[in-house]
Design a protein around this ligand. Structure first.
Ligand code: WT7
Length: 544
């Protein structure tokens, strides 16, 4: 990169499509490495409480090919939506790569989604295919998802599904002719919460690989012999982009941990797999910190050389914990579902300012705008804006052109993230919160509207307002204020019932951890909309 300003086009020649004109993310992530003599290298390393095994790039290619053959034989075609509802397990990776290999758009669903979250997402884009673990199928109510044609299960017994993909794969050919697509064709869809309405389907294109590969090199600092672990489930965009695509595009070994969080289990994964590069989130680091040094000291974590964080503000205390406990600085990164890849980050070669998310990576320009769309000088807080466009920006919001346009309120030049921030004189970005009512609990983005709507479906609830209440470990927790219908009396049991009502339909992370009954919710005079800001202010005042 001698002197000249960086241009993303410089990255293109590493991909085979640059030379052949034939595009597919799976080909670049898997087949390309086998052709380049890396077939015997470990691609996936799976660790759970009871299992510990690996797949080489060649084995992964063969397995993905078999599954691709089954999908094609079952009628999956280019452009179809294939939803994947699986735990953190190599099957999840294989299913996603196979769906992409046959030209479909993959929709990974978070493993803890409950029935209505699953239903609403598949219904929104009229998904026809689903690959699911049989134990998750009770959360898939087929009669409510009329578009669904075929359910594949990863179990050997077909059960309530139509096809056992693992059983069929055993009989299938381990070679598959990649379905070539265009760089602009759909790759994946993730639903993400806004402050109004149901979650929106953010569709990304195969061209994302340009930025995903390059940020894997620059930001994750991936080198040939790295063992890399991203702790996110692919149902979240981090788990897809930096759990599946970026590491495989870079040809490194990726660790998959099956099972829930516990400090012991996580330290064991780091030790057993000899993880060198680790990507996680502030809440997880805070929980590890809370587990104490005695737990930490039982493990040999000397393989670690680079740690990164995403999803929520990385407080300086966490960075200090990293330095003291692990002798490494945790590097913050900033991006969103819609941006498709990291945009602001602390590169390993640059110095870190605790409290800042870092600076825009090469090829990305960031500024801060005031309400009128004018650029603000350093240290003044306003709307974080990114100069459009960049290789991994979303392709579209599914069936919602208006929503897509809403990211560009000041014209096509600047993408507005919805975050408030200021820059310092060196261009370091300091996150200052959201400009809307979005809740961020443990790095998970929760739209208050979705939770409020669910609360209102409970017969006892007359009015509901949902906010993020500051929390020392999770950043924020979901707190609901409700007014009850006349025939209901407040009781511990009733509130627990309401909480479980939401939890059982959406997902555990969306359910309010706290519910407070009030007589009447504060509302705007004109439209009668619940004033979440008032509720939040009261909560913060109370906390002092
Ligand atoms: C929102 C995006 C794709 C990343 C995972 C979350 C918040 C993200 C940081 C950070 C402070 C952050 C922002 C952003 N966020 N990274 N490093 N520091 N806040 O993706 O679910 O689409 O949420 O997460 O508010 O807008 P997401």
């Amino acid at each position: 990169m001698e002197g000249e300003p960086f241009s993303w086009e410089r990255v293109h020649p590493i991909f085979s499509w640059y030379h052949t004109g034939k595009v597919n993310m799976t080909y670049e992530s898997v087949d390309r490495h086998v052709l380049n003599g890396k077939g015997e290298k470990t691609a996936l390393h799976y660790i759970s409480e009871t299992e510990n095994w690996s797949l080489t790039y060649r084995e992964l290619q063969q397995e993905v090919s078999r599954w691709s053959n089954v999908l094609t034989a079952s009628g999956v075609k280019k452009g179809d939506f294939v939803f994947v509802f699986l735990p953190k397990h190599p099957h999840c990776y294989i299913a996603m790569l196979a769906a992409i290999n046959v030209g479909a758009v993959v929709g990974p669903l978070f493993e803890a989604f409950m029935e209505e979250a699953v239903r609403d997402r598949i219904n929104d884009c009229e998904g026809e295919f689903l690959i699911a673990d049989s134990s998750f199928l009770s959360r898939v109510h087929r009669e409510e998802i009329p578009s669904l044609k075929t359910i594949f299960t990863t179990d050997k017994e077909t059960g309530d599904a139509d096809i056992s993909i693992t059983k069929e794969a055993e009989k299938a050919d381990d070679e598959f002719e990649t379905v070539w697509v265009d760089l602009e064709d759909g790759l994946n869809i993730h639903y993400t919460s806004g402050s109004t309405g149901k979650p929106k389907g953010i569709i990304h294109a195969h061209r994302n690989m340009i930025q995903q590969y390059q940020t894997g090199r620059w930001v994750l600092d991936l080198k040939d012999d790295d063992v890399y672990w991203c702790t996110a489930h692919p149902g979240w965009v981090t788990g897809t982009v930096y759990g599946v695509f970026a590491p495989l595009l870079n040809g490194v070994t990726t660790v998959i941990h099956g099972g829930r969080f516990s400090a012991e289990a996580w330290y064991q994964v780091l030790e057993k797999a000899q993880v060198t590069v680790w990507y996680s989130a502030p809440t997880a680091f805070r929980m590890l910190k809370a587990a104490g040094n005695k737990t930490l000291n039982k493990y040999d974590l000397s393989s670690l050389r680079h740690i990164l964080s995403v999803g929520e503000p990385l407080n300086p205390e966490v960075i200090h914990w990293g330095v003291e406990a692990l002798n490494l600085r945790i590097h913050d990164t900033w991006w969103m579902t819609e941006t498709g890849a990291q945009l602001v980050a602390n590169l390993p070669t640059r110095s870190i300012k605790p409290g800042s998310m870092g600076r825009p990576i090469p090829g990305i320009e960031v500024t801060v705008l005031d309400e009128g769309g004018e650029e603000l000088p350093p240290f003044e807080t306003g709307h974080l804006a990114i100069r459009a466009s960049w290789p991994a920006i979303m392709k579209e919001v599914w069936k919602n052109e208006e929503k897509f346009k809403s990211y560009f309120p000041y014209g096509e030049e600047w993408y507005i993230a919805g975050d408030l921030a200021y820059l310092d004189e060196e261009g370091y970005v300091f996150f200052q919160g959201r400009s809307d009512d979005m809740i961020n609990s443990a790095g998970e983005r929760i739209g208050p509207f979705e939770v409020e709507s669910k609360l209102l479906e409970h017969p006892a609830v007359k009015e509901a307002g949902v906010i993020g209440k500051p929390d020392p470990v999770r950043g924020e927790i979901v707190k609901a204020f409700v007014a009850l219908n006349p025939n209901y009396k407040e009781s511990k049991e009733l509130l627990e019932e309401i909480r479980l009502f939401v939890r059982g339909r959406l997902a555990a992370h969306s359910a309010p951890r706290e519910i407070e009954v009030i007589q009447e919710l504060p509302k705007t005079q004109i439209s009668g909309k619940v004033l979440r800001r008032e509720l939040k202010k009261g909560e913060i005042d109370q906390a002092g």
